[in-house]
Ligand binder design. Sequence first.
Ligand SMILES: Nc1ncnc2c1ncn2[C@@H]1O[C@H](COP(=O)(O)OP(=O)(O)O)[C@@H](O)[C@H]1O
Ligand SMILES: Nc1ccn([C@@H]2O[C@H](COP(=O)(O)OP(=O)(O)O)[C@@H](O)[C@H]2O)c(=O)n1
Length: 651
Amino acid sequence: MEFLDLPPMLGARGTVRLPGSKSISNRVLLLAALAEGETDIRDLLASDDVERMLDALRALGVAWERTPGRDDYRVTGVGGPFPVKSGELFLGNAGTAFRPLTAALALSGGHYRLAGVARMHERPIGDLVDALRQIGADIRCTANEGYPPLEIRPADIRPGGVVRVRGDVSSQFLTALLMALPLTGEETVIEVVGELISKPYIAITLDLMARFGVRVAPDATWSRFVVPAGARYVSPGTVFVEGDASSASYFLAAGVIGGGPVRVEGVGRSSIQGDVRFAEALEQLGARIVMGDNWIEASAPAGGVLRAFDLDLNHIPDAAMTLAVAALFADGPCRLRNIASWRVKETDRIAAMATELRKVGAVVEEGADYLCVTAPARLLPAEIDTYDDHRMAMCFSLVALGECRVRINDPKCVNKTFPGYFPAFAAVARAVPVVAIDGPSASGKGTVGSMVAKALGWHHLDSGSLYRLTALTALRDGVDLDDEIGVAALAAALPARFDGDRVLLGDEDVSDEIRDEAVSVGASRVAVLPAVRAALFGRQRDYRCGPGLVAEGRDIGSTIFPDAPVKVFLTASPEARAQRRYKQLKEKGLPANMESLMQDLRERDARDAARAVAPLQQQPDAVLLDTTSMDVDAAVAFVLDLVRDRGLAAG
Ligand SMILES: Nc1ncnc2c1ncn2[C@@H]1O[C@H](COP(=O)(O)OP(=O)(O)O)[C@@H](O)[C@H]1O
Ligand SMILES: Nc1ccn([C@@H]2O[C@H](COP(=O)(O)OP(=O)(O)O)[C@@H](O)[C@H]2O)c(=O)n1
């Protein structure tokens, strides 16, 4: 399973240009395909779901071409039903392609098969099929009644009159009927049975249909829609696709949780997408929101902390997921109500959200159509499963803003709507900075690392002492140093503590004991054991806390903090290092012999460089610092300059 590790973040600020809206992209593509004339579509979303629609349209005889290197397309409309009268379409997990195409194909008089991924076949479509059957469509559910895959056969379509469709499971059924019925040319009345959910998505449909020349006005309660006689779609020429308002939600929330301001460009006051109202929901949490025609900017509440909320989120079901994660930063229990549609989305989002929020320590109550989330006192680092659901992955990236590392499994699921999501997030979120110093024994890592940390006021981790503590514990407990499982168990449970330059096991100061010859050799031996390294992995990462961390060892830049913005490979000639160790030991009044020190150093260098897991190597992005003829102060100044050059510290 692929994963992405997000480091703890200190805050967020900056500007993000949003990718095109998925809802608008797929609607505009279908309308342009059915319209008379050519439509130029600008800034179409580049994502999996849009690819599925583009592929389907081409298979159905619609010509389109893309401007090379741009997200601009020209679609040549077919001016009515699809000209290709048979075909097999694979539509992945794209509800915005599957539902509208089902309706348009049912009225196209051909023989088609529509299928998707396994999850698509669990997502209901029965209400739409029933509605289309009322006007004579011949649609069969080939596996389970009410669910894809579907087979559509030519049929005697009898439009006119009244079509009833349920509105309380997915608003996409109504969208599909609205967009397809103008193909019949006759007046048809659509009556919505049950409360219509997600009304703002219907508003997008009506707005775009109007741009293509077909006006449908809902009645006051949005329960009756009249598709007029003689309706036909005509290209408006050029259509600009707005930025995706649901995708904006992650960045707006990032601004609110991480201080901000974070500005999104591509949606704003004049947007036709209901999800821009997510910004209003954030305002109710105390967030500071500023809006322009084509942008929105979000910052933390004046007091810094988000207010707990109890909100009906039926009108913004997708963006509401972002609020479930924002609840982790609120000052009390938060309730998200009227979100039953989550259960039939890319995954059962209520169940998935509850399971994953619990992993980071939240207390979650899950109901048929609501979630109640209470934040933990401190977020826990966790491995988040994403259920092939782009929004799960994007939402949970926000956990990192609680200065909490988080692993996102299967991060590429964001390709459904936002392939560039994680780089965009990294560009506005500020990771806790790390200075990684790796190098061979006695090169000066500990001395330089500790002084750099002091100068910056950052935390300090001497990772070697964790291996030394492991070896010391094994020697004391009589665990064989080659017993990988036994030693790894000790490493996982080490009561290690650091107090300034003192190293403690529980309450016992073992700073000097871990420097013993036997412990040094033991540390080097247990360090080759993969299970021991794995046991110390998460523990080392937990030292990454604001305002920053200086960590030294052998694999800090390569394995523990590969994203460290400053990496130094600190070394010196073997002779110089042996000299330093000799002097160091003598000063402490410990016995030392130059020859055996040289010998020991060479052996340890060889073991560190040759081991299979995390061998000591200079990383391509590490700066070489050879201190053979350099004093400590010069080495410290060199590293501090690197930190300042990267803009990570003042001065
Ligand atoms: N650039 C340097 N020049 C001279 N001596 C140094 C230098 N850097 C470190 N030392 C000395 O070398 C000894 C070993 O350094 P230490 O920090 O323990 O190395 P490491 O952590 O890499 O094993 C210490 O006594 C330290 O003062
Ligand atoms: N990140 C690290 C740190 C230390 N180690 C091992 O742990 C031992 C003790 O580390 P140390 O940094 O205290 O050793 P010295 O450099 O002081 O000799 C080394 O011999 C390394 O083999 C490691 O494998 N990976």
